[in-house]
Design a protein. Structure first.
Length: 229
């Protein structure tokens, strides 16, 4: 799905912060300067700073400006994350080199998957396994399932996420290198269309200590149009 301008702008500054170009305590450009430098609206500039703040990368001081946080946290923020590729998301978080591998195949739907997607057991569905590593160290693995007539989650209008500490699936444990009995941080995602149909399901595993926090942001007044620039 397309990446909104504020997500791209926040990502550009996140990379500069994590890469050390913007040191702790450094002052970021003002909203007016962001608008002029990057040819975006003030709404985009403000939403980009809000996203950086929710990610634990900057702090806002009233009447003074926006500064790089003294302690850089790693916070996983949704739903913006779903608007980026894995390469972009992990690239914005990483200090080292990020490598992403994907394996896609059609498989027969298990009874559980068939019930979730309203299919018959054994009907073909698409499974995509995505593995990510930073400087050779595994940082994420996910299993994504979708009907064969669905290319991606761009048609989804609802996202439900469940975050929990769980024992990983065997393939996830092998990739992450966890010891028997060790828990990992898991995110179970359900993407649904406007008619309520499930269009994608993902199960993601991270090392338990990868993120300092998980944040989910939503608009409480859907009757008021949002700016998705």
């Amino acid at each position: 799905m397309p990446e909104p301008a504020y997500v791209a702008l926040a990502g550009a500054y996140a990379r500069r912060i994590r890469g050390g170009e913007l040191a702790p305590g450094a002052r970021l450009p003002s909203y007016a300067e962001l608008v002029e430098r990057h040819a975006v609206s003030e709404i985009v500039a403000r939403k980009a700073i809000q996203l950086l703040q929710s990610q634990g990368l900057v702090r806002c001081v009233r009447r003074q400006g926006v500064y790089v946080a003294d302690r850089i946290n790693l916070v996983r923020v949704s739903p913006e994350r779903q608007r980026e590729s894995a390469e972009t998301s992990f690239g914005n978080e990483a200090e080292g080199h990020v490598a992403v591998e994907r394996e896609s195949a059609r498989i027969p739907a298990s009874a559980e998957l068939a019930e979730a997607f309203d299919l018959a057991p054994g009907d073909p569905i698409t499974r995509v396994v995505t593995k990510a590593a930073e400087d050779g160290r595994p940082i994420s693995i996910s299993d994504t399932y979708q009907p064969i007539d669905v290319a991606d989650a761009s048609g989804a209008t609802w996202l439900e996420e469940t975050v929990a500490d769980r024992l990983p699936a065997p393939e996830h444990a092998q990739w992450l290198g966890t010891r028997p009995g060790d828990l990992v941080k898991t995110v179970h995602q359900l993407f649904s269309g406007p008619d309520g149909r499930l269009v994608m399901m993902s199960d993601i595993s991270y090392p338990r200590d990868r993120y300092d926090a998980f944040t989910f942001r939503m608009r409480l007044r859907p009757d008021i149009p949002g700016d998705e620039e």
